[in-house]
Ligand binder design. Structure first.
Ligand code: KG4
Ligand code: ZN
Length: 493
């Protein structure tokens, strides 16, 4: 007997069993057909060799809940454990998708089904009189509570020390300590300073996260840690802490990819991550365009920066204009009163000759140089520049390239969904323009709340929880910091 996901091509086989079992109370073919394709629905069948049973579930991710909508086993095949097999598969799916509660209704007269559900852990929570029509039979409403894993995630790849705690897809805590101000006098993140700051911040940030979540370390089911990409010395501090915690408390440990963590963060917003999606990650450390078909198994790097990261470009241009670090907010403030069309700055890797090899890659160093030239020229000529116009024109050039390429990717891969992540997402102009262009192109734009966009521990915990819920094996203790870890390595074994 085989179990597989049902599709429209199974419709007539499903309807044969459905009408034989439920007669006048059977769903119509139309209803069944639309149920099969409704978002968040999951229909499976058992084949022996033709269809002998089917069941369907609908997730309500925002409520961390799921409903068993239907289950049917052909009369001649009942009593062979097929119903249990179907229910096991539905419940596994619900669990892996982060459901904390599963609901179902069953006819009061169906004693064998009720006893099956009770054996799976369901309890009666209500009795609905005359629920089934036209028979007028009562429905027993039952509920199963699923304990989702509590995962603690540690992030230390750059200048933020983050400790987050999740339960399944639910955010419990997102404690953060940033060493940004310590880097300000150097105009950028200094790796040694960042590593030392992590060392000092880790213990208090961990304490804060546990306090915010209202749990004790013993209650955590697994530890997750970002082991790359990022600054090696900084990553090592988080990894050392995570390993120490895991060994001391005898918990499994998951070494996860920081970049994929940025995408996983969206799980905490809606209770699920909507896939497939194109993801654009823009921060001081990365500018990456990703194609994500499956968070745990199928993340493809479409392109990335070949020189400076987008945030780094903001920081460097701010310095050219005599503005303090971090440059993004400073440029933003200046740009507010500037004219984005005042100066024609170059768009990196957008020329036809670049596109063959670099369609989805980015380059901001030419833009930075163009700003430098512009400022130098004005100084030589003794003319006053308008910082506002330079900032606005520079910002526009960055945003234009980022969004043009992101939307190309959505179109080329026929994925009408774009997820943004990284510190540069703080840029309101980027967000507004992304919304405008996505609306025009019929693309759904997803932007997690800002505290989940910038580097944080909760996103690492969320990705770790996805791995735990999917039943993945923990990582061994042998993993180390991988400063150039590829996005295809979602978990280091
Ligand atoms: O993700 P993030 O907090 O940290 C790392 O890169 O590790 O991103 C920080 C970057 C900095 O380069 C900063 O200049 C940039 O995000 N940023 C902005 C804005 N706010 C922060 N860039 C553009 N516009 C902003 N409003
Ligand atoms: Zn990041």
């Amino acid at each position: 007997m085989d179990l597989r996901i049902l599709s429209q091509s199974d419709l007539s086989a499903i309807m044969q069993i459905e009408t034989a079992l439920f007669g006048s109370e059977a769903w119509s073919e139309e209803t069944m057909s639309s149920e099969l394709i409704t978002p968040h629905s999951y229909y499976i069948g058992v084949f022996d060799p033709s269809l002998v049973g089917y069941a369907g579930l609908r997730l309500a991710p925002a409520d961390f809940a799921a409903d068993v909508l239907t289950i049917g086993v052909a009369a001649s095949k009942q009593g062979k454990g097929i119903g249990r097999r179907l229910m096991d598969a539905l419940l596994l799916h619900a669990k892996r998708q982060g459901a904390e509660q599963v609901f179902l209704e069953v006819k009061e007269s169906n004693a064998s089904a009720i006893s099956l559900y009770k054996s799976l852990g369901f309890e009666q929570i209500d009795l609905r009189k005359r629920y089934y029509q036209p028979s007028g039979e009562n429905a027993v409403v039952m509920k199963l509570v699923i304990q989702q894993p509590i995962v603690l995630g540690i992030e230390s790849s750059c200048d933020e020390t983050g400790v987050g705690i999740v339960r399944g897809n639910r955010l419990l805590a997102n404690a953060l300590h940033s060493s940004m101000t310590e880097h300000a006098k150097y105009g950028g993140v200094v790796p040694e300073v960042a590593a030392r700051a992590h060392l000092e911040a880790l213990s208090p940030t961990l304490g804060q996260a546990l306090l915010d979540a209202g749990i004790k370390i013993e209650q955590v089911d697994a530890i997750a840690v970002a082991n790359g990409p990022g600054l090696a010395g900084a990553l090592m501090v988080g990894i050392g802490a995570a390993k120490g915690l895991a060994v001391a408390t005898n918990k499994p440990i998951y070494a996860v990819n920081h970049l994929v963590g940025h995408i996983g963060a969206d799980v905490l917003e809606k209770g699920s991550v909507e896939l497939p999606t194109i993801a654009l990650l823009v921060s001081g450390g990365h500018t990456s365009l990703l194609l994500v078909r499956d968070l745990l198994d199928d993340v493809v790097l479409l392109g990335e920066t070949i020189d400076d990261a987008a945030g780094e470009a903001f920081d460097k241009v701010a310095r050219l204009l005599g503005l303090p670090y971090p440059g993004g907010p400073q440029i933003d403030k200046q740009a507010a009163t500037g004219d984005p069309k005042a100066i024609k700055f170059p768009r990196g890797l957008m020329l036809p000759k670049d596109l063959a090899e670099h369609k989805y890659n980015f380059s901001f160093s030419g833009l930075k140089t163009a700003v430098a030239r512009y400022v130098e020229k004005a100084e030589l000529e003794g003319t006053e520049i308008s910082k506002a116009d330079v900032a606005a024109s520079f910002r526009e050039a960055v945003i234009d390239v980022l969004l043009t390429k992101a939307i190309w990717a959505c179109e080329e891969y026929k994925i009408p969904r774009l997820l943004l992540g990284g510190g540069v997402v703080a840029n309101a102009r980027l967000r507004d323009e992304a919304q405008r262009r996505c609306d025009a192109a019929g693309i759904e734009l997803r932007i997690p709340r800002f505290s989940l966009c910038t580097d944080n521990g909760a996103m690492i915990a969320a990705l770790g929880a996805q791995l735990v819920m999917a039943g993945r094996k923990p990582s061994g203790l042998g993993f180390g910091a991988e400063s150039t870890l590829s996005v295809t390595t979602i978990q280091t074994p």
